[in-house]
Design a protein around this ligand. Structure first.
Ligand code: FAQ
Length: 337
């Protein structure tokens, strides 16, 4: 059997599949053995239908989050306080579009088309991250998104670089590198505000107060309410539970908040010597489920804008398809001649 590294360079190839193509139990055993041995599953490998469906669900939701996630920050591009900040923010928002595209491509390797996924997003049949249903009220929110939202995204996504499905795992490597830059720019932006005038400091604190709890919700429901975690962890799609990653994020943020000179809005947040981790207050899960149902402050605005952008982009898709067809025809013509 090829090692994960060898398979990464070799591209798509089947793991040790049974000789008899009708031997479903044999395929299942080979798939389970490949997952147990930490091998990568590649697009042409046999995989259980439910594994494929779980990946499409998660990767599509992830891709949609990147694309919808462009909106809250793009809201501030025209109002960035300096040319430097504007250039950084434009680069960040462009990176997010790129992440969405890698992820849609990864989902396409599972036999689902991008049109189908976008249609499901636009009709509300597939989700995107709850976090992007909150408004960006001040410039400091751009910093809070970078520090907290990108910070939470990295904490969740670094383990996904070891996901059992090859195309998703490989997409995550580059995405995590770029998210790391995003997180640092958010931290640096908040630090500048925190050390600025009393008004700027207050604006930074207010942004952190509003984004802290929704950032903790990004990791998903508590483990005992997470319907997909057990199976996704058995398949090594997810490597850690929602609560484990949430705890890791809290422990990372506490010293960073101190260095920023900002406080986290949780009176119950304190170091637990025995556990070697921070205790933190109760999350308002009713708010989370309500946002998922479409009742967050910006759900309607985000989806309306997305549908509108898709319609406005129709001519670009048509022109690209016409160009590709012309190119293919002229190549075919050249080959005939
Ligand atoms: C951990 C989890 C999100 C959820 O674990 P699972 O095992 O999949 O589910 P579980 O059983 O625990 O949940 C039960 C139900 O609840 C749903 N649900 C749960 N949580 C959420 C939520 N927060 N929002 C909305 N829905 C949520 C879940 O889908 C399921 O519903 P379903 O049955 O599908 O209808 C997982 O899918 C994952 O790691 N995804 C990849 C990472 C990813 O997508 N990152 C996105 C942010 S990227 C970013 O931020 C970059 C950026 C930064 C700045 C600016 C711009 C861009």
């Amino acid at each position: 059997m090829a090692t994960a590294a060898a398979r990464d360079t070799a591209g798509s190839q089947a793991y040790d599949a049974p000789a008899d193509a009708g031997d479903t139990a044999g395929y299942e055993r080979a798939f389970d053995a490949a997952v147990a041995a930490d091998e990568r599953i590649e697009p042409r490998d046999w995989m259980p239908d439910a594994y494929r469906a779980t990946l499409v669900r998660q990767i599509a939701q992830h891709a949609h989050s990147e694309i919808i996630g462009m909106q809250p920050e793009a809201n501030w591009i025209t109002r960035a306080p300096s040319l430097r900040r504007k250039a950084i923010l434009m680069a960040k928002v462009q990176d997010e579009a790129g992440h969405g595209l890698y992820l849609y491509s990864a989902a396409e390797t599972l036999g689902t088309s991008r049109d189908e996924l976008l249609d499901k997003l636009h009709s509300g049949r597939q989700k995107y991250s709850s976090i992007f249903n909150y408004p960006t009220l001040t410039w400091a929110d751009v910093g809070a998104i970078g520090w907290l939202v990108d910070g939470a995204a990295i904490t969740n996504q670094v383990p996904l670089c070891r996901c059992s499905y090859g195309p998703y795992a490989r997409a995550m490597v580059r995405i995590c590198k770029e998210e790391s830059f995003h997180q640092r720019q958010g931290y640096e932006l908040l630090l500048a505000l925190s050390k600025g005038t009393p008004e700027q400091h207050a604006m930074a604190q207010d942004a952190v107060d509003r984004w802290w709890w929704p950032s903790l919700m990004m990791f998903g429901p508590p483990d005992d309410e997470s319907q997909h975690s057990a199976q996704s962890m058995a398949w090594k799609i997810k490597r850690h539970s929602n609560d484990e990653l949430r705890q890791r994020f809290v422990d990372i943020c506490v010293p960073q908040a101190e260095s920023l000179g900002l406080t986290l809005p949780d009176p119950d947040l304190k170091w637990n010597e025995e556990r070697g981790q921070h205790d933190f207050g109760a999350i308002d899960w009713s708010e989370f489920w309500d946002v998922l149902k479409g009742n967050g402050p910006c759900n309607e605005q985000r989806l309306t804008r997305r549908r509108q952008a898709h319609e406005e982009g129709a001519w670009v898709r048509e022109a690209a398809a016409a160009h590709a067809a012309k190119h293919t025809n002229s190549e075919t013509g050249a080959a005939r001649a």
